[in-house]
Unconditional design. Structure first.
Length: 307
């Protein structure tokens, strides 16, 4: 189930990013960025708490990083486009594509931050492998999260989905369903309530946590295999297209993609969110094939909206 990887093309990196952490050590020793500064826009206390780790790591090298906290998902991109901030980190690629399309923007992702996996829960089975003929699967009824649930089932090897549907497939795009599964599309907030009546339900993180479900209760997560998860769902550090080769900005990506930040992510999200970066990543990402219309589900789930 590796077909998701091809849904996002990547272009060669003009200046390679050292993702193994060696860049951080080398920069510290050489003092390459000593005395430099930059600003990063974020859109929640959650992100600010995680970025405080980067602020401390950068300070060890003489770099001053200022975190600018915004209170909505509109201003961070406006501020980045007009140069009020140097980087921002609050959105996934689908949200970024939509903003660029609507605002004639050229914002470009420098590197991945974290992903909020979509998880399946069940009162009756412990694995999607236990699904039986004609079982009912409850999925969100909004296009973004509903489509993601179908792609998660494909990732698990349960169904197949038409590649032409991209990241927003519907039930009509299911091309193989050997178990004759029935898909019940419901409001995302209602999904925890139907667990006793369905074989499994895909529930966004905030609704699951509000209902008392934990990460350990999940029977499947589309974040278990980051290499097969559509990159569109991963959050990014973004900058302007003209600045993608800025060495300081690239180094900030290196500092973010560190064990210290991964540990902080686990702490503040109680294990719900996962580091989205891998050693196979290439930057900047080519957004040209990812301008499909996304849904309004950004307001459905604080973990899925722009984040």
């Amino acid at each position: 189930m590796k077909k998701f990887v091809k849904k996002l093309s990547v272009v060669a990196l003009s200046s390679a990013l050292a993702l193994a952490g060696l860049g951080h050590v080398a920069a510290q020793e050489a003092g390459e960025f000593d005395g430099q500064s930059l600003t990063v826009g974020v859109a929640s206390d959650y992100e600010q708490e995680v970025w405080d780790v980067v602020v401390d790591l950068a300070a060890e090298e003489g770099i001053e990083v200022e975190i600018v906290l915004f209170t909505d998902y509109v201003q961070p991109n406006i501020a980045l486009q007009d140069g009020s901030v140097d980087l921002n980190a609050f959105q996934h690629i689908t949200f970024l594509n939509e903003w660029n399309e609507a605002n004639d923007g050229d914002l470009t992702p420098l590197g991945f931050t974290y992903v909020a996996p979509l998880r399946a829960y069940s009162d009756s089975i412990t694995s999607l492998d236990e699904l039986q003929d004609s079982d009912v699967i409850a999925i969100p009824n909004d296009p973004t999260n509903g489509g993601r649930a179908l792609l998660a089932l494909e990732q698990a090897g349960v169904i197949e989905v038409d590649d032409a549907a991209g990241i927003l497939p519907t039930v009509d795009d299911v091309t193989a369903n050997d178990l004759n599964l029935v898909f019940e599309e419901l409001e995302a907030a209602q999904l925890p309530n139907v667990l006793p009546d369905v074989a499994a339900a895909f529930i966004n993180n905030n609704f699951a946590l509000d209902f008392g479900l934990t990460v350990d209760n999940a029977i499947f997560s589309d974040g278990d295999d980051l290499e097969s998860l559509a990159a569109d769902y991963k959050n990014v550090i973004a900058t302007r297209a003209a600045d993608v080769d800025n060495p300081l900005y690239q180094h900030i990506v290196e500092l973010y993609q560190s064990d210290a930040v991964a540990d902080k992510l686990a702490e503040v999200s109680q294990g719900a969110d996962l580091p989205a970066w891998t050693e196979e990543d290439a930057y900047p990402l080519d957004l040209s094939e990812n301008t499909e219309e996304s849904a309004d589900s950004e307001e459905e789930d604080s973990d899925e909206s722009a984040e």
